[in-house]
Design a protein around this ligand. Structure first.
Ligand SMILES: [Zn+2]
Length: 84
C-alpha cells in the first residue's frame, strides 16, 4: 500500500507543481491589481508569471499584465515554452 501511495505521489507531482505555480500566479495577479488601485496606475508593467507546465526545475516565465494573464489562462494552464 505504501509503495502504491508513493507511486501515486510521484505520478501526480507535475499536476501539484502546476497547481502551485497557478496559485502563485493568481496571488501575483491579485497583488498587481491591488498595487495598481492603491497608487492609481492606469496601466501595469508586465509581470514575469511562472510557467505552469509542472516540469521539475522549469524556470521559464511569461511577461504580461494581470489582464493578459487572464486571457492566456482562459486557454488552459499557462505554459511559456514550446516543450509544454
Ligand atoms: Zn515550463
Amino acid at each position: 500500500m505504501l509503495a502504491r501511495d508513493a507511486l501515486s505521489w510521484y505520478a501526480e507531482r507535475p499536476l501539484r507543481a502546476s497547481r502551485q505555480r497557478r496559485y502563485e500566479n493568481l496571488a501575483a495577479r491579485r497583488q498587481g491589481r491591488l498595487w495598481q488601485a492603491d497608487i492609481g496606475l492606469a496601466e501595469l508593467p508586465p509581470y514575469p508569471f511562472a510557467c505552469e507546465c509542472g516540469t521539475a526545475g522549469c524556470a521559464v516565465t511569461w511577461p504580461g499584465t494581470p489582464d493578459e494573464y487572464d486571457v492566456r489562462r482562459g486557454k488552459g494552464w499557462l505554459t511559456a515554452h514550446p516543450a509544454c
